[in-house]
Design a protein around this ligand. Structure first.
Ligand SMILES: [Zn+2]
Length: 441
């Protein structure tokens, strides 16, 4: 017997090429796929249908760069400059255990599902524990075990070679993709990046790393290699791998860098709330957009962001870039929604995501629009970008399966997760006493 769900009486922000918004429509979902979209007035049999009056449907959001268990240090290293913040976080993280990661990642999954995120690109330690959370939650994810290669005792948990078996163990998982994860070209020695590239070639993977977050990192790269970070990585072959490479942030790119990033289809997650909170100067996205770079959106870790609400990221991205470029016409229409869905889904390796259409996987969210801050609806897309908050998401579905119904999690035990994650996070920061590595070495 097929597994059928029929949603009726909703407006659909399809995000198709024509920017179609279907009004009072119904969506039939069978065996995880959208099989029919039709006018609710033509509904013949209401039996077993779910009335969604007052709600809209849109493709679920994709968080293209995060460190989900860093909610452990949410609010712990506040009001610090970037380098001091990073080193303070590393001390706290020196005491984490695999179980801490499991509960923190569960907390993050609960937060993401409750704010409309259906998939995420996560980079942290003890990723085997995060893989368990992905499987239990029903979300989709790309996972990267972060490694540093800065010498003995600088890794958390496994080093590069020890993670290979874990990567191989997930080879056939339908909802999880993996990357090779050197932290960054500014921390990892060149030889270590080369080793990562060789392993990526061998395992048919891409890399997920941090690139050019500050001007100082660009200067450091020119001093060391006589090349800017993007050109240095390109010269090593980091963008010529069997799978795509995710170069998180890449805020400081010159014209040549942009050409390389565009030509090699590098995916660039942009996380402006972190940049603003840590007061990291960054240029407008305008040049990158003009160069057709694939920019997606992420929250970064909740140690810096400090939450994982992608609707906040969407709104803040619009605001900061209109402000920085002194041009209110940029990032117009549904551009940001596409960055937060279709482009982001490329980091997860998802097929056919980003449009609500027949044949696509039913990875969607419902938003309750009956709220004072969402009326009137002169422009539905503008209301989503500027007014919707994660807490307005009422229902979250992945592959046709409900992960949340009417604000209640269906796959995770929220009460237990809140209790365990909170208790453990308080212990973690007290346990962490070691400075595992320094920013400059
Ligand atoms: Zn990051």
């Amino acid at each position: 017997m097929s597994n059928k769900t029929l949603l009726t009486n909703l407006d659909i922000v399809t995000l198709d090429k024509n920017e179609t918004i279907q009004q009072n429509a119904s969506i039939m979902i069978e065996d995880g796929l959208i099989t029919k979209i039709f006018d609710s007035n033509n509904l013949e049999n209401k039996k077993n249908s779910i009335d969604c009056t007052g709600k809209i449907a849109m493709p679920g959001l994709v968080n293209a760069h995060c460190h989900s268990p860093m909610n452990m240090v949410r609010g712990w290293a506040e009001d610090l400059p970037f380098v001091e913040w990073l080193e303070a976080i590393w001390v706290a993280e020196s005491g984490i255990t695999p179980d801490d990661v499991y509960w923190a990642a569960s907390l993050a999954a609960a937060e993401m599902i409750k704010s409309g995120t259906i998939a995420y690109n996560d980079k942290y330690f003890y990723m085997n524990k995060i893989a368990d959370v992905v499987k239990e939650s029903g979300m989709k994810a790309a996972l990267t075990w972060t490694v540093f290669g800065m010498g003995e005792n600088t890794e958390v948990g496994e080093g590069l070679h020890e993670t290979i078996d874990w990567i191989k163990s997930l080879e056939d998982h339908p909802n999880i993709k993996t990357y090779i994860g050197p932290h960054s070209p500014y921390l990892c020695p060149e030889n270590f990046i080369r080793q990562c590239i060789n392993i990526a070639l061998e395992l048919k993977k891409g890399l997920h790393l941090h690139v050019a977050e500050t001007q100082e990192q660009v200067h450091q790269s020119i001093e060391r290699y006589n090349l800017r970070p993007v050109q240095h990585l390109d010269s090593l072959g980091a963008f010529d791998l069997p799978d795509s490479t995710v170069a998180a942030h890449t805020l400081h790119a010159d014209q040549r860098d942009l050409q390389i990033l565009a030509q090699k289809n590098v995916l660039i997650p942009h996380c402006p709330i972190t940049y603003m909170k840590l007061a990291m100067p960054f240029p407008s996205l305008q040049k990158s957009l003009d160069a057709d770079i694939q920019i997606c959106l992420g929250t970064d870790g909740p140690g810096s962001n400090s939450d994982m609400d992608m609707f906040a990221v969407i709104r803040q991205t619009a605001l900061v870039h209109k402000h920085l470029s002194n041009d209110p016409t940029i990032l117009s229409g549904d551009t940001l929604l596409r960055m937060a869905t279709k482009t982001g889904s490329k980091t997860i390796g998802m097929q056919n995501h980003g449009t609500i259409k027949v044949g696509a996987p039913a990875d969607l969210i419902l938003i309750n629009m009956d709220a004072p801050h969402l009326k009137p609806t002169h422009n539905l897309v503008a209301n989503i970008i500027n007014c919707v908050k994660g807490s307005d998401v009422s229902d979250t579905m992945v592959n046709g399966k409900w992960l949340m119904r009417n604000r209640v999690l269906q796959t995770l035990d929220e009460e237990k997760i809140l209790y365990e994650a909170n208790k453990r996070s308080l212990n973690v920061v007290n346990r962490g006493k070691k400075q595992l590595r320094h920013y400059t070495h």
